[in-house]
Write a protein that binds this ligand. Structure first.
Ligand SMILES: Nc1ncnc2c1ncn2[C@@H]1O[C@H](COP(=O)(O)OP(=O)(O)OP(=O)(O)O)[C@@H](O)[C@H]1O
Ligand SMILES: [Mg+2]
Length: 287
């Protein structure tokens, strides 16, 4: 894999509502500002909301790719924040559980359209469903977002466990949202101590994002947080600079190469539900 191939980063979480889409759209905007050609894929299929956060009017979505044989290029929106968006489609139950053939159709389309980009960000659904595992493990780098909330911590651990044991993903970047520096570090150390003890994974703490009313306001107004927005704007800039400056992961056959060529037809040994139940016997993770 060369550094000139597009970099694929997934943004996932165990528990929902922790800030994945917020992180995804701002990371996309920042990378675009720094001159990168960015595609943001809304892979929270069936409950997609990147378009809502950005105030975009979508004509089609991944659904048209699967149901109508539409070309992926025709579904991509060139948004005025300087990056492209592939909408995920909302209220469409069939998208919430793609079968292997449908996953392959998306993969085939990305093989073509993805070449033009420097960075492809995938905002996934929460949890450990098949779609999440598919998208997150196809990326070169998996970012896990969580909050200090014990259930968020436990679910992040469950996701990391399932991805490492079922999908051979062993490196994760971690962002703790809605917290301060000290609680962010305490939360990360909790996650790390359990992961180190029970899993074969490497966790890279990128940092925390403060909780601030300006985030909710910006989302309600369908605008992005800017550099001048409270304490959060400059903080986000630094955080994403750190993230984007991390060296690419050559340790696995990652990136688009993997994303394009890896076959996901392999079947799971155990169902995600069984693994989740196992993981959530917490092993002390939430205390
Ligand atoms: N740093 C923050 N400060 C204050 N509020 C925040 C912050 N981050 C996120 N929020 C609030 O959390 C809500 C959920 O954020 P977001 O939609 O990004 O989460 P998500 O993980 O993508 O959710 P889902 O799992 O439903 O896709 C936002 O609408 C916002 O109100
Ligand atoms: Mg979301």
């Amino acid at each position: 894999m060369s550094d000139t191939s597009p970099r694929v980063i997934s943004i996932s979480s165990g528990k929902g509502g922790v800030g994945k889409t917020f992180v995804s759209v701002h990371l996309a905007a920042q990378a675009a500002r720094s001159g990168k050609k960015v595609l943001l894929i809304d892979a929270d299929l069936g409950l997609a909301n990147v378009d809502v956060m950005l105030g975009l009017h979508t004509g089609g979505s991944i659904r048209n790719l699967l149901a109508d044989d539409a070309a992926l290029e025709d579904l991509i929106i060139h948004c005025d924040r300087g990056f492209d968006v592939l909408p995920g489609g909302s209220g469409i139950y069939e998208l919430t559980n793609l079968n292997v053939g449908e996953q392959q159709t998306i993969l085939d389309s990305l093989r073509e359209a993805g070449r033009d980009y420097d960075l492809i960000l995938i905002d996934t659904a929460a949890g450990i469903g098949d779609n999440v595992l598919y998208f997150a493990s196809a990326a070169e780098t998996a970012v896990i977002v969580l909050t200090p909330d014990p259930t968020s911590l436990t679910d992040a651990y469950a996701l990391i466990k399932v991805m490492s044991q079922q999908r051979d993903v062993h490196r994760f970047m971690v962002i703790i949202n809605q917290t301060d520096e000290i609680d962010g570090q305490i939360t990360f150390k909790r996650l790390l101590s359990v992961a180190d003890r029970y899993l074969d994974v490497y966790l890279d703490y990128i940092g925390h994002i403060p909780q601030h009313p300006s985030v909710r306001q910006a989302i309600q107004q369908q605008r992005l947080i800017t550099e001048s927005d409270s304490a959060v704007g400059p903080h986000l800039n630094k955080l994403f600079e750190t993230l984007l400056a991390r060296p690419r992961d050559h340790s696995r056959a990652g990136g688009l190469q993997f994303f394009w060529e890896h076959s996901l037809a392999s079947t799971l040994d155990a169902s995600p539900d069984e693994l989740a139940a196992d993981a959530m016997q917490t092993q002390g993770v939430s205390s």
